[in-house]
Design a protein around this ligand. Sequence first.
Ligand SMILES: Cc1cc2nc3c(=O)[nH]c(=O)nc-3n(C[C@H](O)[C@H](O)[C@H](O)COP(=O)(O)O)c2cc1C
Length: 312
Amino acid sequence: MLFYCAPMEGITGYPYRNTHNKMFPGTDRYYMPFLSVHPEVTLSKKEKKEINPENNRDYVSIPQILGNNAEGAAKYAIFLKNLGYNEININAGCPSKTVTSKHKGAGMLDDPYMFDKFLNELFTRLDGSDINISLKTRIGMREKENIPDLIKVYNKYPFCEVIIHPRLGTDQYKGSPDMDSFDIFYKKLIHPVCYNGDIKTTDDIEKIVSRYPKLHAIMTGRGLLADPCLIVKAKGGDDASMKHIESYTRELYKAWTNDMQSPDMAMLRMKELWTYQKALFEHSEKYIKEIMKARSPEAYNSAVYAIFHSLK
Ligand SMILES: Cc1cc2nc3c(=O)[nH]c(=O)nc-3n(C[C@H](O)[C@H](O)[C@H](O)COP(=O)(O)O)c2cc1C
């Protein structure tokens, strides 16, 4: 069983990946937040840093692309392959309205015929290029009726892996993952399958592994942000001490500060991380409030000190 870190735009950028891998080694792959596809490869300064191989050494990073222009997507895939990336992931799961209204991300799942056309053109353009293409998908956009058609479409293409987040696009992140629908994908897809959704503990992992023994991988996003040691433990390692988690939290703040050249901006990133990481602490409300209230790096640092040294 392989364990992946989910892409999370705004959080799991390279400062996170480098710090997490250094302090909690063992994650098999880190999927990168999406790059939006343009007709020609066009990258912002932030995106250039994100995919720079120098910023992604020591672990496996998989770039992800989002868009419905197959010609552009093929150009991105070839560009990324030339940078040294062996796998490119297609985002068919982003539920944001600005994305789905343009028939991108989860919006592509509304029309299996159009999605098939997109994939057909993409794979035709990449024929002979030796690029592994994986897919990250939801079970549909607004209805489950498309599941059989989506499975038929997916089984036409040589994806190296299909990662399934069993919610509809319209569910956003609400409700529980739809395991009955996941069952159907798991049974019918011809590709290696990865499960993604609401994995928070090693118990959650054990349940999935025992229900789906042929699963290739498990991907975790918010669960890993809440407990950075989750994958280490899933692989049989020891739980981390609070001291180690404190060092990781401080290193991550430093890494974001270096990247953004601004401790204030980095503090905002860290506050977002704390919305997940607070789950590690019991009765932490008052301490988390102090972290969120902090208006300066000094106030932030002392609030972080307080949570680690007052709570267990
Ligand atoms: C803030 C945030 C940003 C996300 N960014 C991306 C992204 O760039 N690409 C993607 O495929 N999924 C993205 N996702 C979805 C996650 O990768 C994952 O599928 C989802 O959170 C469910 O898994 P989890 O329950 O383990 O978190 C994002 C989710 C969140 C909450």
